[in-house]
Design a protein around this ligand. Structure first.
Ligand code: NDP
Length: 468
C-alpha cells in the first residue's frame, strides 16, 4: 500500500490489497432477502397510495389509514382507480411511444464520449453524453406538440393513473428482461453478481451495465425515462406561465385561477436539480448508480415508476392544497435550497477535479490532501484510485450527501406543516442516502482493504462530524 499526500506524507510500500470478490459476490442475510421480496411485491401494488391520499384523503396519512380501515375508504380508492381504467390502454400506447422516442434520442443524437469507472472485471465502458440535448429536445417537442394540438398539453394530469400503471408495467417487464438477459445473453459476463437468492437477484440486479447494442439500459432508464418523465410531470410550471395549460401546475391554475408561490419554489428547485443532472451526465456515469449498483428492480422499476410518482408528490399536493408563503418564507426556502444545491454540486466537483488532475489542483485555496488507494480487478491487474481527504471530503466521508439532504428538505418545505405526506421525498432521500453510505463503506472497504482504513483514520466521520 502506498500513501501519496500532496502534503509531506512519505510513500510507504506495502503489498497491494487483493480481493477479487469486491463488488461481485455477496451473501445477503435472510432479512435482506425478505426486504427485497417485500419491496418487489408491494411497491407495484401500493405505489399509487400516496397519490390516492392526496386525491381522496386531504393529503393526510392519518385519514387515509382510517379510510382503509372502513369499507367506504377502500371503495373510494377502488372506484377512483376504476374510473381511470378505461384510459389505461390508451395510456400504455402513449407511454410506449414515449419510451421508444427516448430510446431513439439516446441512440441517434450526437454527443462526446465519456468513460465510466473501471468495473470489478476491469472493463471501462464508453457512454455517449447526449442527455442534455435529448432533454431540451423532449421539452421542445412536448411544447410544440401541445401548441399545434398534436396532443393535449394537459395529457399527464388527465391520464395520470393510466400513465403511472403503464410506467409500473414497463418497469416490471424491464426487471424481468434484465434478469433473463443476465442469464442467457449478458453484456459483460465477468461483471455479473449472483447472490444465491432469487429475490435479491431480481431486486438488486445481476448485470452491472446491461446493454442492447448502443442502448445502455441503466443510463437510459434512470437518466432518460426516469429523469425526463420527472421533468415532464414537474417542469410544467415553467411553461405554465407561457401556455397556462400544462400538467399539475395547469390543474392548479384551472382549479384556483392562479399558481401559488409554493408551487413555483418547488419547481425552481426541482428543475435546477434535474437540469444539473443533465449538465453533469458525464460525472453521473462515475457515481454509485452507474458504476457500482447492478441493474435490477431497484433501478429499473424505481427509475420508471418511483421517480415520476413519488418525486413529484409535492407538486401533486400543491395542485390540490395550495400554500401561500410569505415573501420572507419564500426567500428563506429558496436560499436554503440554493445553498444545499451549491454544497451538493461543489462537493461532487471537488472529488471529480481531484481525481481528474491526480490531486494537482486547488481546493479551498490549498493543494488537496489525497491518498492513493490500490485495488485489483478480477483479471489480476492492480489499479490505483485517488481518495480526497480535504475540502468537503475532509469534513466527512459522504459529506456530498448533506447538500442533497438540505436541498431535498427545501423542495418539500413549501408544502407547509399541515401534512407530512409531501415530505415523503425528503424522508426517502434520508433513508436512501444513509443506507447508501453504509453500503458504500462496505464496498470500499472490500475494494481498498487497509487503504480504506487509512482513509477512515484521516476522515473519521461518515456523514455528520461528531455524530456519525
Ligand atoms: P458518490 O458520488 O459519493 O460516490 C461514492 C464513490 O466515490 C465511492 O464508492 C468511491 O468509489 C468514491 N469515493 C469515496 N470516497 C472518496 C474520496 N474521498 N475521494 C474520491 N472518491 C471517493 O456517491 P453517489 O453516487 O451515491 O452520489 C452522487 C451524488 O448523487 C450525491 O451527491 C448524492 O447525494 C446524489 N444522489 C441522488 C439521488 C436521488 O435520487 N436524487 C440518489 C443517489 C445519489 P470508487 O470505487 O471510485 O473509489
Amino acid at each position: 500500500m502506498s500513501v501519496l499526500r500532496t502534503t509531506k506524507l512519505k510513500l510507504s510500500q506495502v503489498s497491494p490489497h487483493i480481493n477479487p470478490l469486491w463488488g461481485r459476490s455477496s451473501t445477503p442475510a435472510i432479512f435482506e432477502i425478505a426486504f427485497c421480496a417485500t419491496l418487489v411485491i408491494l411497491c407495484p401494488a401500493f405505489f399509487l397510495i400516496p397519490w390516492s391520499t392526496v386525491e381522496l384523503f386531504d393529503g393526510s396519512i392519518g385519514k387515509m389509514l382510517v379510510g382503509l380501515g372502513d369499507m367506504d375508504g377502500v371503495y373510494s380508492i377502488l372506484n377512483s382507480a376504476r374510473a381511470s381504467l378505461p384510459s389505461v390502454v390508451d395510456s400504455m400506447k402513449v407511454y410506449g411511444i414515449w419510451v421508444v422516442f427516448q430510446a431513439t434520442l439516446f441512440i441517434v443524437l450526437p454527443g462526446p464520449i465519456g468513460y465510466g469507472d473501471t468495473t470489478p472485471a476491469g472493463n471501462r465502458l464508453p457512454y455517449k453524453i447526449n442527455g442534455l440535448l435529448s432533454w431540451f429536445l423532449t421539452i421542445g417537442v412536448f411544447i410544440l406538440g401541445a401548441m399545434f394540438s398534436c396532443w393535449d398539453a394537459d395529457i399527464v394530469a388527465k391520464q395520470w393513473t393510466g400513465l403511472m400503471v403503464a410506467a409500473s408495467a414497463y418497469g416490471t417487464v424491464l426487471t424481468a428482461v434484465v434478469y433473463v438477459k443476465a442469464h442467457v445473453a449478458p453484456s459483460h459476463p465477468s461483471d455479473r453478481k449472483f447472490s444465491g437468492s432469487l429475490f435479491h437477484d431480481i431486486f438488486a440486479g445481476i448485470e452491472l451495465n446491461p446493454r442492447f447494442g448502443d442502448l445502455d439500459l441503466k443510463l437510459f432508464n434512470i437518466g432518460r425515462v426516469g429523469m425526463t418523465s420527472w421533468t415532464i410531470v414537474q417542469v410544467k410550471i415553467t411553461t405554465e406561465t407561457i401556455l397556462k395549460n400544462l400538467s399539475l401546475a395547469a390543474s392548479q391554475y384551472r382549479q384556483f385561477g392562479y399558481v401559488c408561490n409554493s408551487m413555483i419554489v418547488v419547481n425552481i428547485l426541482q428543475n435546477l436539480y434535474i437540469l444539473d443532472f443533465f449538465c453533469q451526465e458525464d460525472w453521473y456515469t462515475r457515481t454509485i448508480d452507474i458504476a457500482h449498483d447492478h441493474f435490477g428492480f431497484y433501478l429499473a422499476w424505481g427509475g420508471a415508476a418511483w421517480i415520476p410518482s413519488i418525486y413529484t408528490l409535492q407538486a401533486q399536493y400543491l395542485a390540490h392544497y395550495p400554500v401561500n408563503l410569505s415573501r420572507i418564507t419564500t426567500l428563506t426556502i429558496l436560499l436554503l435550497g440554493v445553498f444545499g444545491y451549491w454544497m451538493f454540486r461543489a462537493s461532487n466537483v471537488q472529488r471529480n477535479v481531484a481525481r481528474r488532475t491526480a490531486g494537482n489542483c486547488v481546493i479551498w485555496g490549498k493543494k488537496p490532501v489525497v491518498l492513493t488507494a490500490h485495488y485489483t480487478t478480477s483479471n489480476g491487474k492492480t489499479h490505483t484510485s485517488l481518495l480526497l481527504c480535504s475540502g468537503f471530503w475532509g469534513i466527512a466521508r459522504h459529506f456530498n450527501y448533506m447538500g442533497d439532504l438540505i436541498l431535498s428538505f427545501a423542495m418539500c418545505a413549501p408544502c407547509g406543516t399541515r401534512n407530512v405526506l409531501p415530505y415523503a421525498y425528503f424522508v426517502q432521500m434520508t433513508a436512501l442516502l444513509i443506507h447508501r453510505s453504509i453500503r458504500d463503506e462496505d464496498r470500499c472497504s472490500k475494494k481498498y482493504g487497509k487503504d480504506w482504513e487509512l482513509y477512515k483514520a484521516q476522515v473519521p466521520y461518515a456523514l455528520i462530524p461528531g455524530i456519525y
